[in-house]
Write a protein that binds this ligand. Sequence first.
Ligand code: HPA
Length: 274
Amino acid sequence: MRKPEKKSEVAIIGGTGLEDLLGEAEQILIETPYGLPPSISIGEIDGNPLAFLRRHGVRHSIPPHSVNYQANIYALHQMGVKRIIATNAVGAINTKFGPGDLAVPHDMVDFTKSRRFTFYDDAPVTHIDVSQPYCPEIRRILVETAKGAGIRAWNRAVLVCTEGPRYETPAEIEMFRRLGCDVVGMTGAPEAVLARELEMCYATLCLVSNMAAGMQKRLTAREVTSVAGARLPIIQRILRTAIKKLPENRDCPCSCALEDARLRRLNDARSSTF
Ligand code: HPA
């Protein structure tokens, strides 16, 4: 890995257009044991170094189910990133939510099918706690900042992540609604969990781009892009302010997520499994 000139402990994982947040940016490619992520931009906002990773690749060519979430998160970890703020476009399942709203999810349901979802396939057997799947500190700052931005922002939401790349059927959405999900997207999982597995803070700012399947006549990719385009300046402003508000030291459970996650080895006389 070539050492970047600037070192950033904060990264954004987001979509096309958002990277304009950074002024002059250095592009770096980082090999990981899990493959090669898209090039990562490293620049500055308001004098603070910031890394930016385009989840769908530099030319938006990687569909949600083919994103190499492991390589993306691992590359940021290798660079020394400690905090990730993600952005996702989502459809609204909760009828109170509407297109153009923002939501900062507090919980998640993973309905993906084919993704590599853990760094811990081998010993030591590791069970990460996701009782609070998103970093409470970054969530608080995002909620507070989004509330001041003059648009509707939901401070709690259950995000269900589907496999894609197709949108959901109306029956699937009805099922998710009955399960208590508020918004649906295709990129929330396993990204959040992989970050927690490496003790990185992670929270996401979601933009509602449409009502979910069965709640409006049809869904189009164009609608998603046009709502996202319209909200881009506000989202950039929120991210910029939120990053400035991040305290220097982390005061959240994310940074010690591995502490109680590992089983003792079986040859340890005091341990047992059932
Ligand atoms: N479903 C899944 N992903 C999405 C949607 C949706 O309705 N809108 C934006 N991303």
